[in-house]
Design a protein around this ligand. Structure first.
Ligand code: MLT
Length: 442
């Protein structure tokens, strides 16, 4: 192994010019995050590793949006006490950070789009039965197609217009979808407040779902930070990749975004934050001493041995397909979770999360007999943060979608502008045979 240093665009994307400059034969994107470059033959101002196929290197996680490290990005927003999500949307869609004039125009434009027509809310969201908010979101996005005279136009200006509109409206759709679920499936009557065009996405989310419209600035800032951290994760994550695949067929923006929502909903992708919450409820119930490493380890081992909570023996929120040593988003959210827990009397719970985070890698290595590092990913702490913010569990994954839609839109534009060819991966069927009787009697 030889070292190289330099900038990766996002965690797993190698800037195209590196291929040429350093005669990279091909880039690898292994599922465990190893194998960054193969066959790099010249060393210059880039750092990292030159790898042979099969080499494994643990990687510290770095995530960049359009070249800007999210750690730096989120610090800037925090120091200046501004909301950063709208700026991040601009960055992802247009490729650069806006001037203050551009940002204020952009915020106005988003504000103008926030509210949904009453007929849309009534017919497409409130009356449409579904006990799953992600499904309802996908359906609402598909329904928005019929309200757009230029729905099929795939020129860049039109895709960007559709993107800004959907980005602005997804939080409103989610709030009403939650109201409908609460009413029809949980027997609760909720009043959803209309969005305020002058407020940020984070503020609007809290305002719409809180009965008294009240929230503290710090709550909105932390939610905003979480939105920034979830906004994009490179083209290789499942939902962004779905956007590429679906967009490459030439279809419309609404169909592409609905497909991405369907992908994100999965428990192995954005749905993992709810799975973490359920898993933690289960652990809290079964582990009597939250300070006992022994008792926690035994229960976690049971989960991994497939005896307990989840049949697949997964610890949700632990491990990441690309990050091995650290997920920068989890690190940032963890610190916010610590602050929030300290100020809301939930430090015991935070310590339990932290203990599990620290114990799981060792238990995993022992069970699987390997020395693979394992880190907490962004889903591990996000649900805990939302629960302290009093956000209902049903909205955890929809909030991920609200955060990630700018990333999807940016990938869609990229695909249409630079892709050109339909994505059609090689596929070899394994032709499973299933006896019809397994269906007939159900
Ligand atoms: C994401 O943010 O999309 C997740 O970490 C999953 C992934 O990147 O594959």
């Amino acid at each position: 192994l030889k070292k190289y240093s330099g900038i990766m665009d996002t965690h797993n994307r190698i800037p195209l010019d590196l291929y040429e400059r350093y005669n990279v034969k091909r880039g690898l994107r292994n599922s465990d995050g190893t194998g960054v470059l193969v066959g790099l033959t010249e060393i210059g101002d880039v750092h990292g590793y030159i790898m042979e196929e099969g080499d494994k290197i643990p990687v510290e996680g770095v995530l960049r949006y359009r070249g800007i490290d999210v750690k730096e990005l989120s610090k800037g927003f925090q120091q200046e006490k501004r909301f950063g999500f709208e700026e991040t949307i601009f960055l992802l869609l247009f490729g650069y950070l806006p001037s203050s004039e551009e940002l204020s125009n952009f915020n106005e434009q988003i504000g103008d789009f926030r509210e949904l027509p009453d007929q849309f809310t009534e017919d497409m969201i409130l009356k449409a039965p579904s006990n799953n908010i992600m499904n309802k979101l996908a359906r609402s996005v598909l329904a928005a197609y019929s309200f757009d005279d230029y729905a099929e136009d795939i020129s860049v200006w039109n895709m960007l217009r559709q993107s800004v509109k959907l980005i602005a409206q997804l939080p409103t759709m989610a709030a009403y979808a939650y109201q409908a679920k609460a009413y029809y499936y949980m027997g609760k009557s909720l009043f959803i407040h209309k969005p305020d065009p002058s407020l940020s996405t984070a503020e609007n989310l809290l305002l719409m779902i809180r009965p008294n419209r009240k929230y503290k600035d710090i709550e909105a800032e932390i939610l905003d930070l979480s939105l920034v951290l979830h906004a994009e994760h490179g083209g290789g994550n499942n939902s962004a990749f779905s956007t590429h695949v679906v967009s490459s067929s030439g279809t419309d923006t609404y169909s592409a975004i609905a497909a991405a929502i369907g992908s994100l909903k999965g428990p192995l992708h954005g749905g993992a934050n709810i799975q973490v919450a359920r898993m933690m409820d289960d652990i809290k119930k079964h582990v009597s001493d939250w300070k006992s490493d022994k008792e926690i380890s035994e229960y976690v081992t049971k989960i991994l041995m497939k005896d307990a909570f989840d049949k697949k023996g997964l610890i949700y929120g632990m491990g990441h397909a690309v990050y091995t040593l650290s997920d920068p988003r989890a690190e940032i959210l963890k610190e916010k979770a610590r602050e929030l827990a300290a100020s809301s009397d939930r430090m015991d719970e935070f310590c339990l999360f932290e203990k599990i985070e620290n114990l799981v890698p060792g238990i995993f290595q022992k069970l699987k007999n390997n020395d693979k590092p394992l880190c907490a990913n962004v889903d591990f702490y996000s649900g805990f943060v939302y629960s302290i913010l009093n956000i209902p569990e049903d909205l955890y994954t929809p909030i991920f979608a609200i955060a990630r839609i700018p990333g999807w839109c940016a990938h869609r534009v990229e695909e249409i502008v630079s892709g050109g060819r339909i994505i059609r991966p090689a596929y070899k069927s394994v032709s499973p045979r299933v006896p019809y009787s397994s269906l007939k009697n159900r």
